[in-house]
Ligand binder design. Structure first.
Ligand SMILES: [Zn+2]
Ligand SMILES: [Zn+2]
Length: 339
């Protein structure tokens, strides 16, 4: 089978690998759609020395596909099942892992980081990480639920919904745009803020909420106008920009919740007058837990949300070099490998 390997210094290579075989409690899945993630780009940009240390490990952590083989002691997953795979891998027996939150485990690893990932024709996983994907949810949506949209859903869950609230999302990459679309699906009035022209056009094309170009307009002023001076009851900051972090608290209404999702910069740059003066709740959200996957699947089963349209570029695994370099240039929505 084919699989993608990081070479360091913004290079990847497609190599031949033996198809994995399932051990006790394991599942082999034939990939259908596997996304590229912003965190894959951090690895893509890493050094050759770092890449050599991976010893040929396959990249990718947003797997969806159809089960082709199961090992002994696998009961809840069968050959032919459509699944997504939860991307974090903990010890399997601590309180966090047992409650579906491997991301919080002291030993937390991840597909594509500590073991072979999803950028390959087949992938091996423990059955406990294999999550059923209903027929009415596409693989393209499943790959997002496996990481970016799962994270967005988890962030949304930290905002207490109040009728009539406005949700503003800063940074409309794959996580932020998923948060905006699902937030509108939940009943919020949606506002998105972005600086990158391609992402602004994509968000406008999806037609969900008001999209502010923060290169041209001051989002704080525009959002005050849009909300009749009240501000927004829910704010999700996905850009990681120090300025956007400050603006996120500035546009929050009294008693609002601001959820910080975007990383990349070490300092939180809020004006404390906003936090104290408006009684804000500041929260953070790094990934999501298995519980959020099931809740998101149930939500998307009831509410039509155009998550498929976040995907703008689809490649075959053999085109991995082009897929990574296109994604790296930033003129894309979500980029996926498709079989
Ligand atoms: Zn991801
Ligand atoms: Zn654990």
């Amino acid at each position: 089978m084919k699989g993608v390997v990081y070479l360091g210094d913004s290079k990847v290579e497609v190599r031949d690998f033996p198809r994995p075989e399932p051990g006790l409690g394991q599942v082999v899945t034939e990939m259908k759609v596997a996304g590229l993630c912003g965190s894959d780009l951090h690895k893509y940009h890493s050094s050759q020395k770092w890449a050599r240390g991976r010893k040929g490990m396959i990249s990718g952590h947003e797997p969806t596909g159809v089960v082709v083989e199961v090992g002994l002691n696998v009961e809840h997953i069968s050959v032919g099942d459509r699944i997504a795979v939860y991307h974090r891998v903990g010890c399997g027996h601590c309180a966090d892992c047992m409650s579906g939150n491997d991301a919080f485990c002291h030993a937390s690893g991840a597909f594509g980081r500590t073991q072979d990932g999803s950028h390959a024709d087949y992938m091996l996983a423990d059955a406990r990480h294999c999550l059923p994907l209903p027929d009415d949810i596409s693989f393209v949506v499943g790959t997002q639920l496996a990481c970016t949209a799962g994270t967005a859903f988890s962030a949304l869950g930290k905002i207490p919904a109040r009728s009539g609230d406005t949700l503003v999302v800063f940074g409309l990459g794959p996580v932020g745009l998923a948060a905006l679309l699902m937030g509108v699906g939940m009943g919020y009035r949606g506002i998105g803020v972005e600086i990158q022209p391609y992402r602004i056009k994509l968000a406008q094309r999806l037609g969900q909420g008001d999209i502010i170009n923060a290169q041209e307009d001051d989002p704080v002023t525009v959002i005050k106008e849009l909300s009749a001076g009240k501000g927004c009851g829910g704010v999700i900051e996905c850009s990681g920009s120090p300025l956007a972090r400050k603006q996120a608290a500035a546009v929050a209404s009294r008693g609002a919740t601001v959820v910080y999702v975007g990383g990349g910069h070490p300092h939180l740059t809020v004006n404390f007058g906003d936090v104290l003066g408006k009684d804000l709740t500041l929260r953070a959200n790094s990934v999501y837990s298995v519980r959020h996957y099931f809740e998101a699947v149930a939500f998307l089963g009831q509410q039509s949300v155009p998550l498929d349209d976040i995907v703008t570029h689809r490649y075959k695994i053999e085109q991995a070099v082009e897929a990574f370099s296109t994604f790296d240039r930033g003129e894309t929505g979500k980029v996926v490998f498709e079989w």
